[in-house]
Each structure stands twice: as structure tokens, then as C-alpha cells.
Design a binder for this molecule. Structure first.
Ligand code: HEM
Length: 486
């Protein structure tokens, strides 16, 4: 009896302790006197997100719309974790650019000793990130991206022929664009040249180990996660990616004087090269940071163009005219002339922003100049880019797909920091220039000889997958694809 009594008391004590801890955590913004959305017990402000009812972007957008103009930032809780949700573009500029030194950390979980491929630029923080960033900046220089264009064009020609000669077909657009982006990543990041079936399989399953709760606990208690040797990815998958990268590096070293074709070559030719496992982690970074947003952007772009045939014709006319001007070849100069095509890509990235938010953690206290607002050391910060991209005060009728918004004059009139699909500043996307090149080259291959239109299987309006942090279509996008005669 006494034992039972004790057990009940212990259980009650534990429940009360957890209750008190949750209450203390959820009282954070109130104690600091900061405007905030009232949190629900345990769920904070993301109950619908955790239960899959809505996308995180919708939750952020609702709070952004409600509080914008009342303060430079508002308090927000992802479950019991407090975040600063930025509402003001001037503050965005301070965080990303002018005072970026106070915010170089993202706060993602990484343990290179347990999971070597987590030592990539996206996941690392602190001095490890700083050193790696300094070295990687050279790899992604404009000169190197130019030198890689011939290889990219070679891949895109193969991809264009794979579209076939069939006059009319219904295609799964996600699969279609994945075959292009996957080939680019497999061959240019990992140096693979042959069959990519196995590579594809692992790109689709490396998250299979993922558990929202374990990931949350690893973010919240990284030291404990390290002691418990927490792994974010499926081990067999990361073993595979590591093995392929190491093997290709070995192969590459046996062949001197090869033309520049891969990022592996660029990494191993650096003045102070990384060790091979570190290079493998950067190759994995392509899969982790790049594959999903590349696929999402091209899929969303074709989806929008299918619904706006007049815009699609205009892009095609520009592509064909430019190719004609350059003897049928896509050159560096030709790419620069694809101004309208770039506007279409930018409008796609605005309306369907693949990374709907940017994350930072304050490593030093930051006082917003001329105000009483302070971001405390250790505060986690969210910049809700997708909400900014859909703010009607910045983009008139924000849900309308209108590439003219990105004409030079229209862009100049908008405030700084109002278009951030790649983030900005020190921790902005290191591959942005390469990504733009890859997407443009991909669009040329897709649109030069083929016309896209909605078909019976096309879901309109499109829904996002609430279970993913990045913005991706919920279901496959199908379109009717017509091969044109000329
Ligand atoms: C459409 C495709 C892509 C989009 C929209 C995109 C967007 C972004 C965004 C928003 C960030 C965070 C920026 C910030 O916090 O300020 C980021 C970071 C990053 N991206 Fe991309 N990205 C794309 C493709 C790629 C690809 C193909 C790579 C290949 C290497 C890549 C590598 C990275 C890396 C390494 C970082 C972390 C940089 C750092 O923390 O220093 N991204 N990207």
C-alpha cells in the first residue's frame, strides 16, 4: 500500500514538475513584456501545424498579418520553445546584413562525430561553420559557376531528349523535373556518371528515420542528444552517400587534367582542401539543402505556366529568340539575356517560396537602434519570408502570378529585404548563383519544344504538403505535355 502511495506521489510530482516547466517556458514573452500571440498549453502557437491541419507557413502568415505594424517583432512559441518572429524589414536587414555578426548561428542539430555527413554548411554553426564558409565561398564563385556551364548543358541536352518525340502525353511533373535535378546533383556534386537508380532511392529515403519529436528534442537539448548519439538520417543512406563521394574522390585523383565537371573537383582543388569526409558532407549538402527546393521550384513554375498560356508563350519566344541569336547554343551571354524567364522564376520563388522561413539564433544581445526593443542573447529568430512575399502592402494582389513584378523598375520601387527566397547576408544560400543557372538551363530544355497545359489529373488549386517544413506540393502535379512541331 505504501509502495502504491509512493508511486502515485512520484507520478504526481513528475506531472506537476512538467506542468510547471511548460508554464514557465510559455510565460517567457509575458515576463519580458513583449507583444506575443497567446500560446496554447504545450502546443504554443503551432497546434494545427503539429496535427497536420495547416502548414507552418500559414501559421506564421496569420501572426505576421495580425501584428505587423504594431512592433518590429512579436513573440511566438513553437510548442514550448519561444521564438522572435520578425515583422519589420528594417529589423530583417539588421539581422541578415548590418548586424549579421550577432546572428551567425542557425541552431540546427549537427554531430559530425556520430553522423559525419551532418558536418555540412547548412547544419554547422560557430567556428566550424565560419571556417567552412570561408573555404566554400571560393568553390561557389561566379567564375567556377561559369566553368561548370558546359557540363550542365550536357546534362540538360540529355534530359531534353528524354522528353521524347511523342506528340501528346500526360506527365507527372514532379518526377520529370526530379530526373533533371537528380542527374545534376548525382553527377555534379558526387561525380556519378552512370545509372542513378540507387542514388535516387537513397535521396527519397534518407529521411525515413525522421521523427518530429526526436528532432525537436535534439534541437532543444543538443547536449543530451549528443550523449544519446542521436542521428537525424537513415544510417544506410548516409553510409551510401559517404561511400559514393569517397570512391569518386579516389577515382578523380587517378585521372589528372580532367576538365572541370564537378563540385568534388572544386573542393579538392582548394588551397587548403578539406579532408575527404568533410567534402562528402558538402556533397550531401546538395541533396539536403538543394534537391527538394530545386524540384519544387521547377514543378511550381511549370504548374503556373500551364495555367497562364500567354506567359508561357512569352517565355518560349524569349528562349527561342535567344538561342537563335547565339547559333542555337545556350551560352553565358544568352543566359543573361533571358530576362523574362528570370522574372518568371523569381515570381515562382515569391509565390511558392520553397524555404518559407529563415532561422537565426542571437549569439549576442541586439538592441534595435532608436527603440526599446531587445533581442536577447540565445533568442531564436524566425524571419517569415513566405509571409513577406505574400504581404499585400508589398505585393499588390499577392496570390496572383505576375512576373511583371520583377521588371527592373518595379523591383527598384520595393523596399530592401522584401524578396528573400535565398535568404541574404553571411548565411544566405551559398549556391544561389548556381541554382539560378541550373533552373534557367532546365527551363530552356523543358520549354523550347514542349507546351504544358492543365489536364483532367491536374489539381487546381494546388495544396501544400503540411507535413513538410519546406513548401512542396501535397500531391503529384500532372500536366498535359505537347511536343511542338517547330
Ligand atoms: C531552388 C533551390 C534553392 C533554394 C530556394 C535555396 C534557398 C536557401 C535558403 C533560403 C537558405 C537559408 C538562407 C538563410 O538562412 O539566410 C539556404 C541555405 C543554404 N543553401 Fe540553398 N537553396 C536552394 C538550393 C541549394 C542548392 C542546390 C544547394 C547546393 C549546395 C544549396 C546549398 C545551401 C547551403 C549550403 C546553405 C547554408 C549556407 C550557410 O548556412 O552558410 N542550396 N538555401
Amino acid at each position: 500500500m505504501e509502495l502504491l502511495h509512493r508511486a502515485v506521489l512520484t507520478a504526481l510530482g513528475a506531472v506537476s514538475l512538467v506542468y510547471a516547466l511548460v508554464k514557465i517556458s510559455l510565460g517567457y514573452w509575458k515576463r519580458r513584456g513583449i507583444l506575443h500571440e497567446k500560446p496554447k498549453f504545450f502546443w504554443g502557437n503551432i497546434k494545427g501545424v503539429v496535427t497536420g491541419k495547416r502548414h507552418l507557413q500559414d501559421a506564421l502568415q496569420a501572426i505576421y498579418a495580425e501584428y505587423k505594424g504594431r512592433a518590429p517583432f512579436v513573440g511566438f512559441f513553437a510548442c514550448i520553445k519561444p521564438f522572435v518572429l520578425v515583422l519589420d524589414l528594417e529589423l530583417v536587414r539588421h539581422i541578415l546584413v548590418t548586424h549579421a555578426g550577432n546572428f551567425t548561428t542557425r541552431g540546427l542539430y549537427s554531430t559530425a562525430s556520430v553522423e559525419p555527413l551532418s558536418g555540412n554548411l547548412l547544419q554547422l554553426d560557430g567556428h566550424k561553420w565560419r571556417a567552412l564558409h570561408a573555404q566554400s565561398a571560393g568553390v561557389f564563385s561566379a567564375a567556377n559557376i561559369n566553368k561548370l556551364l558546359p557540363r550542365l548543358l550536357q546534362i540538360s541536352r540529355g534530359f531534353q531528349s528524354s522528353l521524347g518525340k511523342q506528340r501528346l502525353q500526360t506527365l507527372n511533373i514532379n518526377e520529370l523535373v526530379d530526373s533533371y535535378n537528380l542527374e545534376v546533383v548525382a553527377s555534379m556534386a558526387f561525380g556519378l556518371t552512370v545509372d542513378h537508380t540507387e542514388f535516387r532511392r537513397w535521396t527519397q529515403t534518407y529521411w525515413s528515420n525522421f521523427s518530429l519529436w526526436r528532432a525537436y528534442l535534439a534541437l532543444e537539448f543538443p547536449l543530451l542528444a549528443r550523449v544519446l548519439r542521436h542521428q537525424s538520417y537513415d544510417k544506410a543512406a548516409t553510409d551510401y552517400f559517404q561511400k559514393v563521394a569517397l570512391r569518386q574522390l579516389q577515382e578523380q585523383r587517378k585521372r589528372d587534367r580532367q576538365p572541370l565537371q564537378t563540385f568534388l573537383q572544386l573542393y579538392s582543388r582548394m588551397e587548403q582542401p578539406l579532408d575527404d569526409v568533410q567534402i562528402a558532407a558538402q556533397a550531401f549538402g546538395f541533396v539536403l539543402a538543394g534537391l527538394v527546393p530545386l524540384n519544387a521550384t521547377l514543378s511550381f513554375c511549370l504548374y503556373e505556366l500551364a495555367q497562364h498560356p500567354e506567359l508561357q508563350e512569352r517565355v518560349r519566344a524569349e528562349i527561342r529568340g535567344t538561342l537563335q541569336q547565339h547559333d542555337g547554343q545556350l551560352t553565358q551571354e544568352g543566359l543573361k539575356e533571358l530576362l523574362y524567364t528570370k522574372q518568371v522564376l523569381n515570381e515562382t520563388l515569391r509565390l511558392h517560396t520553397p524555404y518559407p522561413l529563415l532561422l537565426r539564433r542571437a549569439t549576442k544581445e541586439f538592441e534595435l537602434p532608436g527603440s526599446v526593443f531587445v533581442i536577447a542573447r540565445g533568442n531564436n529568430v524566425i524571419i517569415p519570408t513566405a509571409a513577406i512575399h505574400r504581404d499585400p502592402a508589398i505585393y499588390d494582389e499577392p496570390l496572383r502570378f505576375d512576373p511583371d513584378r520583377f521588371e527592373a523598375e518595379a523591383r527598384r520601387k520595393r523596399p530592401a529585404m522584401s524578396f528573400l527566397p535565398f535568404g541574404d547576408g553571411l548565411r544566405g544560400c551559398i549556391a544561389a548563383q548556381f541554382v539560378e543557372q541550373e533552373l534557367l538551363v532546365g527551363l530552356v530544355a523543358l520549354l523550347q519544344h514542349h507546351r504544358y497545359a492543365p489536364c483532367a489529373k491536374t489539381e487546381i488549386p494546388l495544396k501544400y504538403d503540411n507535413g513538410r517544413l519546406l513548401l512542396m506540393p501535397k500531391t503529384e502535379i500532372y500536366l498535359s505535355v505537347e511536343r511542338m512541331d517547330n
